[in-house]
Design a protein around this ligand. Sequence first.
Ligand SMILES: [Zn+2]
Length: 168
Amino acid sequence: MVLALSAQQLAAMSAHAERVYPEECCGLMVGEIRPEEGESQKRLMKIVPLDNEWTAEAFPAEDSTASAQTKRRRYQIAPEDMLQTQRQARAQGLAIIGVYHSHPDHEAVPSECDRALAWPEYAYVIVSVRSGQAVDVQNWALDSAHQFRPETIRISPSSARDRMPVSA
Ligand SMILES: [Zn+2]
C-alpha cells in the first residue's frame, strides 16, 4: 500500500505541526482506498486539522509519569471529532484513511504509545519538528503483527497542474 497525496497537503500538515509547536498537532486524513495496478493506494482527498485534546486526566492510570505526559509528547483526538469526520466523509463516499500528528524535537518515528493506540487499516503520518521547523515527514502502517512499518508516500499527479508545463 502507498499513501498518495499532493505537495499542498503535505505542506498543510507541516504548517499545522509548526503552528502548534512545541505541542503535538493532530488531525485526520480523509480519502479513499483505490486498487491500482499492482499496488493499492490510499488516496488522500482532505486533511482535517483537529485540536490536540490530550489531558492527563484522561489517563489517570498513568499518573506516576504525568509530568512527562503533556501535549508536547502526546496527542488525543476527541471521539466526537472522529465521529463527525467519519460522518462527513461517508456522506461524500469517502472514509478516514489515516491520522497525522507531529513529534516536536523528536524523530518522525512512532512511539510505543502511537503503536499501542494505532488502527490496523490507517496510514500514520508523523511530522518531525525541530526548533519550530518541520524537518521530516514519514508515513507508517501496521503489519499483521501490529508493528509499524514504513509506508511509501507518493506525491500524487493531482499536484501536476501546479508544475511548469513540459514542452514536447
Ligand atoms: Zn507520536
